[in-house]
Design a protein around this ligand. Structure first.
Ligand code: THG
Length: 279
């Protein structure tokens, strides 16, 4: 199954057979003081620096999240998208809990974006599925619903099935639905990673569609985050993860290594290229 995303001209294919596509997470104000202060001033230079450094490090798609307390992202998200678009023709993943901000950004982005995110709540499905259809966007479906977050992988699969079914019903193609099995901090729940890994395996096996996750979430509150994230991402890729949201500066090596080990990188071309580009 192939999900195609597009900038203006440049497209990226996320293929369930790999290789893994990296969605760069760094345009996100969570614990990034400089991003918060520059965005508050309407200064996009630092956003563009983050775009460039992530592209250099191996990002294929950029997640754009400008959620700052007290700032209206219905205005700020499209402004940020436009600033990125002036310099970079990379597909974008529009990351906001606010459907109005998503719509405002879809209006200016062009190409084919990824909406981050829809979930199984009735309110979310109603607000976002028709937008995805209207703007020909792909969607990320989080495996949570009106009952909240379940720790049962079969139930998470059930929510994924429901989102897929509802999306197809409004005319979104199956390949334009990417499932997020929910990656959560393992410091507070020792089974959290296992639940995510099992959900990935089930979604991959039963639905055969592309799978993403916020890979860095698992290591919140722990030391050795890079090592932990790298191990987790390799296991997840082996189970069917195809397009993680992560920091490319820290994760691309593990992603290229995973593709190589899984027999998806003939003559180690991409693996070697990555390390040469870092010298
Ligand atoms: N699923 C989906 N979208 C998501 C998430 C998800 N979007 C947001 C988030 N989760 C993924 N993005 C991030 C961005 C940053 C960090 C983690 C996840 C992060 N930041 C560092 C920190 O908090 O310490 C600071 C920045 C740095 O130095 O790297 O960890 O789950 N669909």
């Amino acid at each position: 199954m192939k999900t195609i995303l597009r900038g203006k001209a440049n497209d990226v294919t996320i293929d369930t057979n790999g290789p893994v596509i990296i969605i760069g997470e760094c345009i996100n104000p969570t614990r990034r003081k400089k991003l918060v202060s520059t965005l508050r001033e309407g200064n996009f230079e630092y956003v563009l620096e983050l775009a460039q450094s992530q592209i250099n490090a191996g990002a294929d798609v950029l997640d754009v999240n400008v959620g700052i307390p007290g700032v209206d992202d219905v205005t700020l998200l499209p402004e940020t998208v436009l600033a990125i678009r002036e310099s970079y023709d990379i597909p974008l993943c529009l990351d906001s809990p606010n459907p109005r901000a998503i719509e405002a950004a879809l209006k200016v982005a062009g190409g084919k974006c990824l909406i981050n995110s829809v979930n199984g709540e009735e309110k979310s499905l109603k607000a976002l599925l028709h937008l995805a259809k209207e703007y020909e966007a792909a969607i990320i479906g989080l495996t949570m619903d009106d009952d909240g977050i379940t720790h049962n992988p079969e139930k998470r699969l059930g929510i994924a099935e429901k989102i897929l079914e509802r999306a197809v019903r409004v005319g979104i193609r199956e390949e334009d639905v990417i499932i997020d099995p929910l990656a959560m901090a393992v410091s507070t729940d020792s089974k959290a990673c296992m639940v995510t890994l099992e959900t990935i395996r089930l979604v991959h096996q039963k639905l055969g569609i592309n799978i993403t996750m916020g890979a860095s979430n698992i290591s919140f509150g722990l030391p050795g985050r890079e090592d932990l994230n790298s191990v987790f991402i390799s296991l997840a890729i082996n189970n069917g993860l195809t397009c993680p949201i992560a920091n490319p500066e820290k994760i691309t090596a593990a992603v290229r290594a995973s593709d190589l080990v899984l027999g998806r990188d003939d003559f180690a071309v991409r693996f070697v290229e990555y390390f040469q580009s870092r010298m």
